[in-house]
Design a protein. Structure first.
Length: 324
């Protein structure tokens, strides 16, 4: 075997460790993410430096710092791993391996359209893929993701990236003031939070994504709302508003029930009014756990990659329609 080939053979098993070290620049964090002892990472680093013939990382306090040689080499390592992964995906797709189960936690409001659209697009390409769905409050969705009960979480606000968590925003939609059809604000072109200071407020309970957003809106407005009801479902919130029992703040409801007013409905009916606030929006995104390279099930990764790359385009029409 030629010397250069022997070097490649020695380096190949070390590439995932080097790529992760290049990202974290921390031996302990790299070991945790890869699920290996810290000593394994240290030995891999020493072997790689010996094979290359120069130091790749140097200690810097409690962490490590890439040497100029490592910064030169790292893009090629990442490119090689990406190319190899693409080849694996192609082989698995062609052999119809994508038949596993994908577990998704999601907030209730995404069950009517957003998530079904994404699943439909994926099942068109991979009809053998199966899904396990769990819906609930934002905090519950993220707890299920952290515990491993779900592979992915669709939430709003999108979870911020963390040590063991990655996320990607998909779309942003406005928040509307929802009032009874006879409310003085129902005919207004827009409303401010100050306009509903005296109104009873219908809120979603603590732990729900909309609750954190409305709390932030009221903090900006400088007062706490008088909460008359707390619910666990946006449909119930709209129903309570339709009965004139308070006002609320929700994402656009599209053509949902409750808009038609007639004697038979008991004067039920609600109207959405645009809110005049820079915080009156929610950002929807997908989150997933960082895993040891190669340990993520192929269907999960393929679905995630499709949602991140194509989700904003797939959902753009829905967002425009709901925001009109």
């Amino acid at each position: 075997m030629e010397p250069d080939q022997k070097q490649l053979v020695q380096l190949l098993p070390l590439l995932p460790v080097l790529a992760e070290l290049g990202r974290t620049e921390h031996v302990t964090e790299t070991a945790e993410l890869l699920g290996v002892p810290q000593s394994t990472v240290s030995r891999a680093l020493a072997r790689a430096s010996a094979v290359v013939g120069t130091e790749l990382l140097v200690r810097d306090g409690r962490g490590v710092r890439l040497t100029p040689a490592a910064r030169t080499l790292l893009p090629y390592i990442e490119q090689a791993l990406t190319a190899f992964q693409a080849g694996l995906d192609l082989v698995r797709d062609e052999s119809e391996v994508v038949r596993g189960r994908i577990s998704v936690s999601f907030q209730h409001t995404f069950g009517e359209a957003a998530l079904p659209l994404l699943i439909s697009a994926f099942r068109t390409r991979h009809p053998g893929a199966a899904f396990t769905l769990s819906q609930g409050a934002r905090n519950a969705c993220l707890d299920e993701l952290a515990s491993g009960e779900s592979d992915l979480a669709l939430t709003a606000p999108v979870a911020p990236p963390g040590r063991n968590l990655s996320s990607a925003p998909l779309y942003r939609e406005p928040l509307r003031l929802v009032v009874h059809h006879s409310h003085p604000l129902a005919a207004k072109a827009s409303a401010r939070l100050a306009d509903i200071r005296a109104d009873p407020f219908v809120a979603l309970g603590p732990g729900y994504g909309m609750r954190s957003l409305t709390d932030a809106l009221f903090r900006e407005a400088g007062y706490r709302p008088r909460i008359a009801f707390e619910s666990q479902d946006s449909h119930t919130v709209r129903g309570l508003v339709s009965a004139g029992l308070g006002v609320s703040i929700l994402p656009p409801g599209g053509d949902g029930p409750g808009r038609t007013v007639s004697p038979e409905t008991g004067n039920l009916g609600w109207v959405e009014v645009p809110l005049d606030s820079a915080l009156a929006f929610r950002e929807v995104g997908l989150s997933w756990r960082r895993r040891k390279p190669g340990s993520e099930p192929v269907p999960v990764r393929l679905f995630r990659d499709m949602v991140v790359a194509e989700g904003p385009g797939l959902l753009a029409g829905l967002v425009r329609q709901r925001s009109l």
